[in-house]
Design a protein around this ligand. Structure first.
Ligand code: PHE
Length: 453
């Protein structure tokens, strides 16, 4: 490991900057696009409950562990895991956590960038007034024609990737800190406004019932697997993003407090997004089971009927794009920081290299909505397979390894010091990370995969 590069390992300017950047990573398409549609596909209320349980019991201790490993190592995830295993006197094979993370980030970003491209395309459509006064059929038609056009999809996929690379190339404080500081509060304000508008509509009561009255008859092994996977996905957990962000965290900040805020913000925004989208679905007699297109068909419909809808639609899709953007950055940051710190490759070139590779893989996801939509495996398209493999397999597996390493491999004195915890609180974290969270992941895997196969 090259010491001369480690000296330049950056840091956030304040604790708040860490929380906002991590919340910026956590809050993204997962909250606004994915959570509502997988909730819709998995029957609503029961899914929400299972998801919240996964968040609390499994994801929280792992989030804390991941930030801790990052800050303890003060390094990129690959070199960092090598360093920590060396210090703890355990097998260097734990570096696998770092390598898996870089691979997972690459796979996620490849399709994430395609969906971010949809959001960008919708900014343009909103600006052209495409949604003003549009009815459900028109809005559906707009979405269908977007995804069935390979050229347009590839164009926006390219724009999304360029935006991502640009910020990553500029470094940690360069743009990311500033962007998240302004955009996160703005996003919340817009969502609350939309929520307020929905309360009076006829779809509000059925939406609340759909989201919060659990119907367990619809729960299968796959439901639980999807809920667990989403808990990882939405918190950006298990692939080194939170680890690398933690490595930039000031030494005096409390990991547990920061973790608490990240989880609260992320969960509140996801639930709020659901409470904005489902009333629209029910008010307009639409089906909640529309899959990946859900948000892109409901929001324009509601906004198109509102007085200030033209402007709100533009602002809203800009914000969805930005939420996606601040997440996309964190998906390549582990790879870029590794290339930079390990080999001294300048950020600009690291970012371009990672970006080109990711873009290329993403082309298949974009085309899986049109030219190659017939090519499927287990009934899923290329896009669907990427989504399933990363969120439901790789992230939980990565998270499990992180928890096992943090609890069983790191010296307890070290983890207690880094977490700033003692006594009962420390033991609670330890038990959750050492036993409960890994067992939870293992059970869900066995259950979900058993029923799938
Ligand atoms: N958490 C992001 C979202 O909810 C996605 C993401 C996953 C980002 C993993 C980074 C790492 O949209």
């Amino acid at each position: 490991m090259s010491a001369q590069h480690l000296e330049s390992h950056p840091q956030w300017s304040t604790r708040l900057a860490f929380i906002l950047a991590s919340a910026g990573s956590a809050v993204g398409l997962g909250n606004i696009w994915k959570f509502p549609y997988i909730m819709g596909d998995n029957g609503g209320g029961a899914f929400v409950l299972i998801y919240l349980a996964c968040l609390l019991i499994v994801a929280t201790p792992i989030l804390i562990s991941e930030v801790m490993l990052g800050r303890r190592s003060r390094s990129n995830p690959i070199s960092g895991m090598a360093k920590l295993s060396r210090q703890a006197g355990v097998s260097p094979a734990w570096q696998l956590i770092g390598w898996m993370g870089v691979l997972t980030g690459f796979l996620i970003l490849s399709y994430y960038s395609v969906v971010m491209g949809w959001a960008l395309a919708y900014v343009e459509k909103a600006a052209n007034g495409a949604f003003v006064g549009a009815d459900a059929d028109t809005v559906e038609g707009i979405f269908t024609s977007l995804v069935s056009n390979p050229g347009t999809l590839l164009f926006w996929h390219t724009v999304a990737m360029l935006m991502t690379i640009t910020v990553v190339a500029r470094g940690v404080r360069g743009g990311l800190e500033l962007a998240t500081r302004i955009m996160m509060p703005l996003l919340i304000v817009i969502l609350v406004l939309l929520f307020g508008y929905n309360i009076g509509t006829s779809g509000f009561a059925p939406a609340m019932e759909f989201m919060f009255a659990p119907d367990f008859s619809r729960v299968t092994g796959e439901t639980v697997l999807v809920a667990l996977g989403h808990a990882f996905f939405t918190l950006s957990l298990g692939m080194g993003a939170i680890m690398v962000y933690g490595s930039y965290m000031p030494a005096n900040a409390s990991i547990v407090t920061a973790g608490f805020w990240i989880i609260v913000l992320d969960t509140a925004i996801a639930l709020l997004a659901g409470m904005v989208i489902f009333p629209i679905v029910f008010s307009n007699g639409m089906s909640p089971e529309q899959g990946a297109g859900l948000v892109f068909q409901t929001l324009p419909l509601a906004l198109g009927a509102m007085e200030w809808g033209y402007w709100l639609a533009i602002v809203l899709f800009i914000l969805v794009s930005i939420a996606a953007w601040t997440s996309a950055i964190s998906l390549v940051e582990p790879a870029v920081s590794y290339l930079y710190e390990r080999f001294g490759v300048r950020r600009l070139y690291s970012a371009i290299g990672a970006g080109v590779a990711t873009w290329t893989l993403g082309v298949f996801s974009a085309l899986s909505f049109n030219l190659i939509d017939e090519v499927t495996l287990f009934g899923k398209t290329f896009f669907g397979i990427m989504e399933f493999l990363t969120a439901n397999i790789l992230l939980p597996a990565g998270g499990m390894l992180i928890a096992l390493f943090a609890a069983w491999r790191l010296r307890r004195a070290d983890s207690a010091e880094e977490l700033g915890l003692g006594g009962g609180a420390y033991h609670l974290w330890w038990w959750l990370a050492a036993v409960v969270a890994p067992a939870g992941v293992a059970l869900v895997f066995l259950n979900g995969l058993g029923l799938l196969g």
